[in-house]
Design a protein around this ligand. Structure first.
Ligand SMILES: [Zn+2]
Length: 370
């Protein structure tokens, strides 16, 4: 039997593409906004056998396609962890494109144990709600009705040092749509291409599927991405590891835990929680302040943390050192369906900020928040 589970791979790829993936692997390119000339339906194809790889007929979208491929392989490798029998079959394209290497295997990621979550969460006797958190937040947080772009500002200015730069995204696969300079009121709208000037702009109020930010501060410059560059074909980006200036935050989120239990568990963990906010849906995210001196240190701490938080339902794939996460205070207008079209919510949903503590201690939140 093959170590590849194509049904699982198909589900992972479809989730990354927001459900828009036909059985033949053809779909709309996630970087279609960068195409020069007309996009066609059969430009972009995802091959899930062997080393999973997506190809696009266009080259102008290569940074987006590279990001997509990295994330696709990371998620599939995590799902298939423990499989040493994975065959290294050549690409089905038969076009001389070498299969990309799989990422190195990490420590085993323990599976979600619902009973463990229920038991641990149950040790917190009171119900923990977003209102409860926001009434006790060390930095006062506006009520949900009063949140907006100023809340996003408050959040970024609290969590990043003066003059540090933070990338903000209204499109998940872009190289950053806005850049905020913390503590200065500065914000620019970024161009998709190198050499095109950015323009001064306020933060947006929201995005079609919400708004994200990159967890670590970055230089703001385009740099060659050594992780995806092979041979002489340099890949440029401004959201990869070589652009990072500090390894400060780790993202904790869960797709599988009951939100009530997840919150009760989060507040009992002796972790330095800098912020808690929502996805604009039911998902609740926490930002953990690590302050690792470099990426290997970040990864080592992360690998230990995985052992503790994954049985409680944390998503290991979200715990990578370079990660997009929801920017609180922003509105999310909808969700993309299987056909790749945006389904608007009846009313936009707030990515709500509930807790803000820029200098957290190694102490359970519930002890601080009494
Ligand atoms: Zn493309």
């Amino acid at each position: 039997m093959s170590a590849e589970n194509l049904a699982i791979r198909q589900r992972i790829a479809a989730a990354l593409l927001n459900g828009a993936l036909g059985d033949d692997g053809f779909t709309v390119c996630p970087g279609a906004h960068l195409h020069q000339g007309k996009s066609a339906l059969r430009d972009f194809r995802v091959i899930l056998t062997g080393a999973p790889t997506a190809f696009c007929f266009h080259s102008s979208c290569s940074t987006v396609v590279d990001e997509f491929n990295l994330e696709l392989r990371r998620r599939i490798a995590a799902a298939e962890r423990g499989d040493d029998l994975r065959p290294r079959t050549p690409s089905m394209m038969g076009d001389g494109v070498p299969p990309a290497p799989m990422p190195p295997r990490r420590l085993k990621r323990p599976p979600f144990e619902p009973l463990k979550l229920a038991q641990f969460a149950g040790q917190c006797r009171r119900e923990i709600t977003l209102d409860w958190l926001s009434a006790r937040s060390p930095v006062p947080v506006p009520t949900a009705a009063a949140q907006g772009p100023e809340t996003a500002r408050l959040f970024l200015d609290a969590l990043y040092d003066t003059d540090e730069r933070v990338l903000v995204f209204t499109r998940f696969y872009s190289q950053g749509d806005f850049m905020v300079t913390a503590g200065s009121g500065g914000c620019v709208r970024l161009a998709d291409k190198q050499g095109v000037e950015s323009v001064t702009s306020p933060l947006p109020h929201g995005g079609p599927e919400g708004v994200w930010f990159l967890n670590q501060p970055i230089t703001g410059d385009w740099k060659i991405n050594n992780a995806t560059t092979q041979g002489g074909d340099a890949r440029w980006g401004r959201r990869h590891g070589d652009c990072v200036t500090a390894w400060r935050y780790l993202v904790l989120e869960s797709d599988v835990a009951d939100p009530d239990l997840w919150l009760r568990a989060l507040v009992q963990l002796p972790l330095p929680i800098a912020a808690i906010y929502t996805s604009g849906g039911i998902s609740i995210h926490a930002l953990i302040r690590l302050d690792a001196e470099d990426k290997p240190t970040f990864d080592a701490i992360r690998d230990e943390l995985v052992q503790v938080v994954c049985p409680l339902g944390a998503d290991a794939a979200a715990m990578t050192a370079v990660r997009l996460t929801r920017l609180p205070g922003m509105l999310r207008h909808g969700k993309t369906n299987k056909e790749g079209t945006l389904q608007r919510y009846d009313r936009p949903r707030l990515q709500r900020l509930a807790w803000l503590n820029p200098e957290p201690e190694l102490e359970a939140l519930v002890e601080i928040a009494k």
